[in-house]
Structures are given as C-alpha cells and as structure tokens.
Write a protein that binds this ligand. Structure first.
Ligand code: UD1
Ligand code: UDP
Length: 354
C-alpha cells in the first residue's frame, strides 16, 4: 500500500523520523511504500535540513517550497499542490502528524479526494479555539479515518466529540524518537554550559510571540530565575524581539535553533525546562525534568496532573513563585506508552488492510 506522508514543520520531522525508518526497515519491507512530501513550511537549515541529516530521515521525494506567510496563503498553496500530487501519485492513504498548517492542508486535500487520512497525535485539545493548532487538529481529526491517539485523555476528547471509530491509543511517537536517538546521541552540547547549573527555555507559540505584553512578562519572569537559562530561539520569536524593546537579562543565553541531538543533550543536562512547546513539555517529562509551561492551558494535561508540569502562563510573578515553591513528586508514571508506538501504528494499519 502506498502512503503519502505530508510533513513541513520541525516537530513533524522528528515524529516522521520514527515511522519513515520503520517503514523502510527489513521487518516492514514490502508492506508499505512511503512517499515523503515536505511542504517547505520550515526551510532554514537549522529548522529543517539539520533534522533530515542527523536523524537520517529519507530525503523528501517532493518539496513544495511553500515558505512563510499568512495562514490562508500557506494552507491554500499547500492544498493546491498536495491535490496535484495526490492526483498524480494515487496513494492509498495520506498520513499527517500533529496540528500545523501542513497537517490541515494534507488532511483536507486528501479527504476531498476520498483518500483515507491517517492522523498521528490525534485527539489533543487545548479548548482554546483561538489557537491555530486547535483549529487544525479539530478539523484534521474530523476528516481522518485512522486516529492514532497518544494518551487516554486524547481518546476521551475524541469520544466527547462523537468520534469513536478508527481511534487507537498507541502512545506517543516522540517517546519512541527520544529513546532511539538518545542511545546513539554523542552530542555533548550541554557540556559547554556546565560550568554552573542551567535551565533550558523555548518560546515560539503565536499567543506569546504576537503579544508584546506576554513576551515581556515571560522575559521578566525568566530574568528572576537564579541560574543561566539557555534559550535556542525560534526565528518567529527572534523577529518579534528585534521589533520590541524587551530587556534580556544576563542570565538568559540566546542561541540559534539547534538540532535534535543537541536539544536532547541540553534537556538531559538542564535542571528545569521553561517552554510553550508541545514537544518540549513531553520531552521534559521523558527526562524527568520539572517543566514550567508558559501558557494558560496545555494539551498534555496528564503531565500537569502528576505534578511534573506546572502551567505558569505569561505572568512573571507566577513564573517565579511556581519555580521557587516547586518540589517534584516521587512518582513518575509511564504516561506515553512503551516506546513502540511506531510499530503499533504499522501493525494496526497492516491488520486493517488485509
Ligand atoms: C509552526 C506551527 C506550530 C508549531 C511550530 C513548530 C502552524 C500554524 N504553526 O509554528 O504549531 O508548534 O511550527 O516549530 O502551523 N520562520 C523562519 N524560518 C523557518 C520557519 C519559519 O524564519 O524555517 C519564521 C518566519 O518569519 C515565519 C515564522 O517563523 O513567518 C512563523 O513560521 P510558521 O511556520 O508560520 O509558524 P511557527 O510559529 O513556526
Ligand atoms: N527542538 C530542536 N531544536 C530546537 C528547539 C526544539 O530540536 O532548537 C525540538 C524539540 O526537542 C522537540 C521539537 O523540536 O522534539 C519541538 O518542536 P517545536 O517546539 O518547534 O514545536 P511543537 O512541539 O510546539 O509543535
């Protein structure tokens, strides 16, 4: 069976690394044929190429070179080009990950042409319809035939929307990635910051970058943390900071976005993680690092319930107070499966095809 996989943004390269490797491994040879399409949503070397090279993700068969732009322009141009590709390549399935504009464009183009959609990371909800990601994932789930949910909560969210058919709880594919690449990671990147304890931060979410008050508050909160904070800066945030008068205190060390191996190394060596990223919240949990989430809500609610993740919003006092009072729990239950999510997905797809 021929699967057309559509990816385009950094976290999707990391998720695709797992499945694309498995599909081409000797165990699965001849079962599925994957055609990889990169929409070009992320295109800087350190937002795209670096992942393909170091994680040995197959070179995309097609790059649509969409680039940046408004949501409508990006999604619309992707839609046109993905439709052309589907008509030309006649896949049996179209596979998408997560909740970006590339995800929605792939799902919409495919479902209109009656090609079943496979959605990996289905069922996540923030219940904040202003988030572009919330719109993308709700629509994608509604259009999908196979919905691979990472957590029980995600399955419940789908059930609450009346979606029960085609839903499978398989664990989180980023957990597979972290286990696989951690074993072969020789980065050592964290060493260069290890003259004292450090924390790690990432900021890129639209609700933070597009609101100067929130961004200011976040930087104010981080400036009060009594240790160095390494901040690999997403280009979106970099451009915003250039236009705003925000004081970056001495303890915040801004660096360019880094590859996955360097990122895993920083996460493993950091004391605490401050982030508005979905993927980084999970990785903090995988590595047993306390996480302070710079948002008002999260899709990864179970990390908050067990006490390893704290929602601190974009409020400097809350960021500082939560950090000061924090004590991590004794327990660290397994929330994201057994690290075999990729295998489970292929097993389920295979059993459905026969
Ligand atoms: C996108 C996703 C978001 C995801 C994030 C992962 C949507 C709506 N959002 O957000 O869910 O968490 O990717 O990182 O799909 N830019 C560059 N170089 C690049 C890529 C982006 O300079 O290689 C800059 C451009 O100025 C661009 C801005 O970043 O306008 C935002 O990029 P975009 O892909 O629209 O959204 P992200 O914020 O990256
Ligand atoms: N990441 C990375 N380099 C960076 C920042 C993040 O490799 O400089 C990785 C991170 O480890 C995680 C993924 O990118 O695996 C998360 O992507 P991002 O935060 O861009 O998007 P989100 O998960 O919020 O959609």
């Amino acid at each position: 069976k021929r699967i057309l996989t559509v990816i385009g943004a950094r976290p999707q390269f990391i998720k695709a690394a797992v499945l694309s490797r498995l599909i081409r491994s000797s165990n699965w040879e001849g079962v599925f044929e994957e055609i990889l399409v990169h929409t070009g949503q992320h295109y800087d070397n350190n937002m795209s190429n670096v992942f393909f090279e170091e994680m040995e993700i197959p070179t995309p068969d097609y790059n649509l070179r969409i680039g940046s732009g408004g949501h409508g322009k990006m999604t619309g141009e992707m839609l046109i080009k993905i439709e052309e590709l589907i008509n030309q390549l006649k896949p049996d399935y179209l596979l998408v990950y997560g909740d970006t504009n590339s995800t929605l464009a792939g799902a919409l183009a495919s479902s209109k042409l009656h090609i079943p959609v496979i959605h990996i990371e289905a069922g996540l909800r923030s219940f904040n319809m202003k988030m572009p990601e919330e719109q993308n994932r709700i629509l994608t789930d509604r259009l999908s035939t196979f919905l691979f949910a990472p957590t029980e909560d995600a399955v419940l969210n789908l059930a609450n929307e009346g979606i029960n058919k085609g839903v499978y709880m398989v664990g989180d594919i980023m957990y597979d990635a972290s286990l696989f690449y951690r074993k072969i990671n020789k980065s050592g990147f964290g060493n260069r910051f290890k003259n004292s304890k450090f924390s790690l931060a990432t900021i890129h979410r639209a609700e933070n970058t597009d609101n100067p008050d929130r961004l200011k508050e976040i930087f104010k909160g981080l400036s009060q943390i009594s240790m160095n904070i390494i901040l690999p800066l997403h280009p979106r945030t970099k451009y915003k900071l250039n236009t705003l008068d925000i004081r970056i205190s001495e303890n915040i060390k801004i660096i360019e976005p880094i590859g996955y191996f360097d990122m895993l190394d920083l996460e493993e060596n950091a004391e605490y993680i401050f982030t508005d990223s979905g993927g980084v919240q999970k990785e903090a949990y995988f590595f047993k690092k306390p996480c302070f989430t710079l948002r008002d809500e999260t899709e990864w609610v179970e990390t908050v319930s067990v006490g390893w993740n704290t929602l601190v919003g974009a409020n400097s006092e809350r960021i500082f107070a939560s950090f000061q009072q924090y004590e991590h729990p004794e327990e660290h239950p397994n929330l994201f499966g057994s690290g075999n999510t990729g295998e489970l997905i292929l097993e389920i797809l295979k059993s459905q095809l026969l």
